[in-house]
Design a protein around this ligand. Structure first.
Ligand code: UCC
Ligand code: FAD
Length: 588
């Protein structure tokens, strides 16, 4: 040893210091806000049962599942198009860890829990908690689970008709050998946002009442799934189809037949993606796929919208759980890394940086729980009209906001590890890569901002009235708590500005509201999250950190739409000025 110390850099020794790596603890027990949220809301018996299960599951994550998730990243799927004898086989080959994820998802009831409703209206929220724990360790298996859950939801909303009963049982099974996953094939080459303008797939009715689909699906994730829901246009007796959304119907199909042969599908290629490499995402030629029409003709988009609700919630879960995971790893690391004479956890500027991440993650967590709670009420017929309106409005708001914030928090999180945060073999960079997709799939930020407007217009403003009245009520209550009154008043001022903006904008014509859509959605998110934080902090069981967190949230500009309106961002002339700015010096 003495020799080594004298000559630390020789062929036999590469130096004495090795940084201790961050380690993963029990993510259920370490999550202070999760614990206090559950304590506050769940009935004691339900809390006790689900806590035991989640504690066990979180330990299983540390001991078994987290490394399987890493294996999924290191052994991505590949496509074998031909067998040795030249036959077209189109096999998507996945690793054993990916297959194990499917088994354990069934065992743990990750989809089933929401449909068994053992815990009445809390079932959905309890399922979401388990998915939240699972998500960052799942090697992206929550992607197929999202679509599986979404497909079950569509089938349930159709009343589980006889031809879909088997599929429903498979999707909601706890038995690994019966459990099915589903795809969601909506996007074609012409459009993933503009599905109505982009769908070229046609459906010919057969004598037995089934349909044959022909088309090209441009993005199909988890293409190793057993079934899928997809959109197509029914061809009438004269060979015509109806254009636009009114021509789209929803179809159910099984990917393979009983012998394992593909059902009129050719896998053209697997996509080469920035992230989500664990998941096979393919381009598919549909060449006479046998399918069942499961929506009334022309009601395809409306019928698949309940799937969108579910997958957008899973998107949120992935975003919020990713923020939590990087923060928890970074705080562990900060207690192990020693620089400038002390641990980085003792450098106040580093801790301030992490505290800002923490505020973002806690806010996102509460809005995720809020939509899960509301969905649980709706699914057990316990939701009031106000709850239903809130849910419709908050789904796109939450998806778009948490997806964007996760990118910023996870990027900051990598920086917390310095250069190691950039090193592939730490398993950290994959978190950022995978997060980038959250703002694109299941509706981009702009498309979801426009969906917020759709929900406002369709409800004739009632979704906003519901949100404004719940927010007002909670803020009034919080302003009576001395430590929260300033933050509550600040949030109330933002709410009043937003209400005033809404009234004014309603009187403006043209594309005023379209231009304001993104800032409007952000204002809704910031104000409502601030309100949820205050509401939680006002609870008698709240901690000092709950109070501090609510105060910190309210420090920001909570109503960006008002700030941008004041500076004329949505005035008619800004459209051409923006265009000139973007295309400055461009030949276009
Ligand atoms: O991207 C994908 C990834 C799969 C992987 C899953 C991962 C999940 C996360 C996992 C984490 C690890 S799958 C593809 C996703 N594609 C989209 O999200 C499409 C984005 N585009 C839109 O959302 C557009 O807004 C469209 C397609 C919905 C617009 O279509 P239309 O046809 O132009 O829309 P309309 O005409 O406004 O609406 C048609 C009907 C209306 O109902 P009715 O006729 O009764 O008035 C709308 O109210 O559909 C209804 N509708 C909705 N209802 C439209 N959107 C909604 C909604 N969000 N909720 C309820
Ligand atoms: P476009 O619609 O061309 O959008 C381009 C840009 O224009 C975006 O910034 C968008 O916000 C903006 N834009 C579009 N319209 C408007 C508007 N009206 N106002 C303002 N801005 C607008 N799809 C499936 O169906 N199934 C899958 O399994 C699936 N898996 C995917 C997996 C991955 C990894 C990825 C990246 C995508 C996947 N998709 C899937 C496709 C995804 O849903 C679409 O890519 C997405 O919805 C965007 O559609 P687009 O690519 O056509 O973009």
């Amino acid at each position: 040893i003495l020799d080594e110390l004298k000559m630390p850099f020789s062929r036999a020794a590469i130096g004495n210091f090795f940084q201790q790596m961050p380690s993963l603890g029990n993510q259920f027990l370490e999550d202070a806000l999760l614990q206090s949220y559950l304590k506050r809301h769940l009935p004691p018996q339900v809390l006790s049962e689900m806590s035991q299960d989640c504690k066990r599951f979180a330990q299983r994550l540390v001991e078994e599942i987290d490394s399987l998730g890493r294996d999924c990243e290191l052994n991505p799927p590949r496509l074998q198009q031909y067998d040795a004898w030249g036959r077209r086989v189109d096999q998507i080959i996945t690793c054993s860890a990916w297959k194990k994820m499917k088994e354990l998802s069934a065992e743990e009831g990750l989809v089933a829990e929401a449909y068994e409703r053992r815990y009445s209206s809390w079932s959905r929220l309890i399922q979401v908690v388990k998915l939240y724990l699972y998500s960052p360790s799942a090697g992206l298996f929550t992607c197929p689970l999202a679509m599986t859950d979404g497909a079950a939801k569509v089938i349930e909303s159709l009343g589980v008709p006889e031809p879909l009963q088997d599929a429903y049982k498979h999707l909601t099974s706890r038995n690994p050998s019966n459990f099915w996953t589903s795809g969601q094939w909506m996007t074609e080459r012409r459009g993933g946002s503009d599905v109505a303008g982009g769908t070229e797939t046609i459906a010919h009715r057969q004598d037995d009442g089934t349909y044959r689909l022909r088309g090209y699906k441009w993005f199909t994730s988890a293409t190793d799934s057993n079934m899928s829901l997809t959109l197509g246009r029914v061809v009438d007796n004269h060979g015509n189809t109806v254009l636009g959304t009114k021509g789209l119907s929803l179809f159910y199909l099984e990917v393979r037949d009983a012998e394992g042969n593909l059902n009129g599908i050719e896998v053209q290629r697997l996509k080469e993606k920035l992230g989500t490499r664990q998941v096979p995402t393919a381009e598919l030629l549909l060449d006479g796929v046998k399918a069942l029409k499961i929506s009334p003709e022309g009601r395809g988009v409306a019928s698949i919208s309940s799937m969108l609700t579910i997958t957008r919630i899973y998107n949120t879960i992935f975003a919020v759980a990713g923020m939590r995971r990087i923060i928890n790893l970074a705080r562990d690391y900060a207690a192990k890394r020693f620089v400038f004479g002390k641990l980085i956890k003792d450098h106040p500027l580093h801790i301030q940086t992490m505290a800002r991440m923490e505020v973002e993650a806690r806010g996102a967590f509460l809005i995720m729980m809020e939509i899960s709670r509301l969905l649980g009420l709706e699914e057990t017929n316990m939701a009031t009209e106000q709850d239903q309106l809130l849910l419709r409005l908050l789904i796109p708001v939450t998806k778009l906001y948490t997806g964007k914030q996760a990118l910023s928090v996870i990027s900051e999180g990598l920086e917390c590890f310095g250069g190691q945060g950039y090193m592939e073999d730490t398993g950290l960079p994959v978190m950022l890569r995978d997060t980038q997709v959250l703002t694109i799939w299941e509706g981009t930020t702009n498309i979801l901002s426009l969906d917020v407007l759709r929900s406002v217009i369709k409800s004739k403003g009632e979704v906003l009235s519901a949100l404004f009245s719940v927010t007002q009520e909670k803020l009034d209550a919080a302003s009576c708590v001395p430590s929260l009154s300033q933050a509550a008043k600040h949030t109330l001022r933002a709410l009043n500005k937003l209400m005033a903006f809404t009234q004014q904008a309603g009187q403006r014509g043209g594309n005023y509201m379209e231009l304001a859509a993104r800032d409007f959605a952000y204002s809704l998110a910031k104000i409502y999250i601030g309100t949820l934080l205050l509401d939680h902090a006002a609870w008698k069981g709240a901690s000092a950190t709950d109070i501090y967190c609510a105060q910190r949230w309210s420090d920001q500009d909570l109503c960006p739409v008002d700030t941008a309106m004041e500076s004329g961002c949505y005035d008619p002339e800004s459209v051409s000025l923006d265009r000139q700015l973007v295309y400055d010096n461009s030949p276009l």
